[in-house]
Design a protein around this ligand. Structure first.
Ligand SMILES: Cc1cc2nc3c(=O)[nH]c(=O)nc-3n(C[C@H](O)[C@H](O)[C@H](O)COP(=O)(O)O)c2cc1C
Length: 196
């Protein structure tokens, strides 16, 4: 049994993203894992980092303190979100700002002023990011450079020492059939069950 954190960032409860997150949650629970699930929009997560939370020993809002205590102890992390402007939705960027904190997710070794070498502090060794998009793969890679890959693999999980990184991109959503979406949902579940 593993404890897995599942974060969903999509405002529409009838979206493909929502369907993927719910199915992945169910599949993992079916395997006997414990899933800690957060639907950031449904919970009205406040993405704005207050000044007082910036210092490493800053005073945390209780909601953020809870998110941090979950993040640090789970065995695996799954993030589900659409590609919006080559970035995560702002609510999720704010979750990164507030929850992936120094002293919780990473620390700087050698120089505590923030210029040392980052060292990961999370227990989780494995992360899965599931994205949806309306852009063809060649165009995403050649024109935009797939920024979400860098953001999650290197800037976030790599820095925090979560080196077993998996990512699924389902596209093109806007022209997809219900059958295609069902196949994607199953693929997401199969991958989550396989890696956790
Ligand atoms: C604000 C906004 C920005 C978007 N930016 C992009 C983008 O940069 N690239 C892209 O491929 N799709 C973009 N899209 C399309 C979404 O990725 C697409 O609607 C979503 O992946 C479909 O999944 P869903 O049915 O779960 O919403 C954008 C959509 C919105 C609402």
């Amino acid at each position: 049994m593993m404890e897995i954190l599942l974060i969903l960032a999509h405002p529409d409860q009838s979206s493909l993203n929502h369907a993927i997150a719910m199915a992945v949650r169910q599949a993992l629970e079916h395997e006997g894992h414990r899933v800690i699930f957060h639907d950031l929009y449904l919970e009205a997560f406040d993405p704005i980092l207050p000044v007082r939370e910036i210092p490493r020993d800053g005073l945390l809002d209780p909601v953020i303190a809870r998110h941090c205590s979950e993040l640090i102890r789970v065995d695996g992390i799954i993030i589900v979100h659409p590609n919006w402007w080559g970035q995560p939705p702002a609510i999720l960027t704010g979750w990164i700002d507030r929850v992936i904190r120094p002293g919780v997710a990473y620390r700087f070794v050698g120089d505590d002023s923030g210029e040392g070498v980052p060292e990961g502090l999370l227990k989780a060794r494995t992360a899965l990011v599931i994205n949806t998009s309306n852009t063809r793969e060649e165009r995403e890679n050649q024109v935009f450079g797939d920024p979400l890959e860098r953001i999650w693999r290197d800037c976030v999980f790599g820095l925090c020492g979560v080196h077993e990184f998996h990512r699924s991109i389902f596209r093109i959503v806007v022209t997809s059939t219900p059958e295609q979406r069902a196949t994607w949902i199953k693929e997401a579940c199969d991958l989550a069950v396989r890696i956790f």
